[in-house]
Design a binder for this molecule. Structure first.
Ligand code: DWN
Length: 402
């Protein structure tokens, strides 16, 4: 049975950044309500936006905009070569090629439906299919020549039709093939109050429990997994076909499921507790920003993320509390964040003479950001975060202890 545990209010489409000419226009919104299925343990959002309204030829997100992701993708690419030595790889959701660029062009095919992003890897000479991953696409590409390994990062959460996705994966993958899925993990979200992983694009946030239940239907099973720091806490799943007995299931899988059960991922009360924490977080963040405003402190945002769209609209934070955001992404600069209509400026190094406090919209990259902004920190500049709790980050925190 589906049980609602959190209502994050009316939310605009998280990656629909506004031009100045659009500020007066009505924005498309959805009521962002989180659901828990007490049978499959799957967490999802109730109201879904058609995929072509989100993933189209003006999609702004680029995975290459963070060194953390570049390093993470390079590491897994090297592990794949070492551990599996695949002849043919498919990446579902190849974005601007931060993962696929680690392979020779004749070994990998990118599937990227956002045409503006697919163009980036096509221009670099990589085979890139700018279509959604479907059964018919899998049949047309891989009916004869099967694939040794399918990799997909931060994509499965975005795809509503899981039946289509996994049926297509089974069509494409050869019998000893490996599927590697990674994405934001539910356990850290619940543990560290990461409510901003939920927005229109993230239809699901998976746990090992819920993903295992889904995979069973497609005769697939997890044989290994790794927990990653990326995106505030992700899990990377190594998956095989059930009838592939050449690979044994490692203890890490059972250990992770036990951890999730111990934390209470099977119990609705866990989600109700999370919901209470988020309501407190909303109150505290608004109060902190209002106090700083009363003291005439200058507060800006850093990283105009899809996640920050959820926070700003849930907490009703606008330009009077956060003056503007800095971001490195070309397609976001000189636009406005959806809903809050906070302006996004081209990134430039932080300096205490311009600003007193910086709200971390990209808190998931805080270590990378603190390294980049060491001068601002030395000048006494301060960062604000809401994860895991609302606070002004102290120097002690920034000395890598967080
Ligand atoms: O799942 C998704 C993840 C992978 O990326 C997509 N649905 C959409 C998107 O979510 P996000 O926007 O919350 O992702 P990021 O990777 O947390 O976004 C980081 C943002 O911060 C980018 O706009 C780039 C920017 N940034 C910056 O301006 N300076 C990032 C870093 C590290 C920096 O130093």
């Amino acid at each position: 049975m589906l049980k609602k545990f959190l209502d994050l209010g009316q939310q605009p489409l998280a990656n629909s950044y506004l031009r100045k000419s659009q500020l007066k226009k009505k924005e498309k919104k959805l009521k962002l309500e989180l659901l828990f299925d007490d049978k499959s343990y799957l967490v999802s959002i109730k109201n879904k936006i058609p995929k072509h309204q989100m993933f189209n030829s003006s999609y702004p997100y680029r995975s290459s905009q963070s060194k953390t992701m570049q390093i993470s993708f390079r590491k897994i690419a090297n592990e794949i070569k070492r551990r599996f030595n695949p002849k043919l790889i498919v990446e579902i959701g190849s974005n601007d090629g931060t993962f696929l660029k680690n392979f020779s062009k004749n070994k990998i095919i990118g599937i990227e439906p956002c045409k503006n992003v697919a163009k980036v890897t096509k221009k670099k000479g990589f085979v890139t299919i700018d279509k959604y991953w479907t059964k018919s696409l899998a049949r047309s590409l891989f009916k004869k020549k099967k694939v040794d390994l399918i990799y997909s990062a931060n994509t499965l959460s975005h795809i509503e039709n899981l039946n289509e996705t996994f049926t297509a994966i089974n069509i494409a993958l050869n019998k000893d093939g490996i599927l590697i899925l990674e994405g934001p993990a539910l356990l850290p979200c619940l543990k560290f109050n990461i409510y901003d992983q939920f927005y229109c694009e993230h239809i699901y946030v998976f746990s090992t429990l819920s993903l295992s239940n889904i995979l069973k239907k497609y005769k697939l099973e997890i044989f290994d997994l790794q927990n990653l720091d990326t995106h505030g806490g992700s899990t990377r799943y190594f998956i095989k076909k059930k009838n592939n007995n050449k690979i044994k299931i490692l203890k890490a899988v059972r250990r992770e499921i036990n951890k999730e059960v111990r934390f209470g991922l099977k119990k609705f009360s866990t989600y109700k507790k999370f919901s209470k924490n988020i309501k407190k977080s909303k109150f505290k963040l608004k109060k902190l920003l209002k106090d700083l405003q009363l003291k005439n402190k200058k507060v800006i945002g850093y990283g105009a993320t899809a996640k920050s769209c959820t926070v700003l609209n849930y907490c009703k934070i606008g330009p009077t509390l956060i003056n503007y955001f800095l971001d490195t992404t070309p397609d976001k600069i000189n636009k406005f964040l959806p809903g809050s209509k906070i302006f996004i400026k081209k990134y430039k190094k932080l300096n205490k003479k311009d600003v007193d406090f910086v709200f971390l919209g990209a808190w998931n990259f805080k270590k990378e950001i603190f390294k980049k902004e060491s001068l601002f920190i030395k000048q006494g500049g301060k960062f604000i975060t809401h994860i895991p709790n609302v606070k002004i980050i102290s120097d002690k925190d920034m000395r890598g202890r967080i």
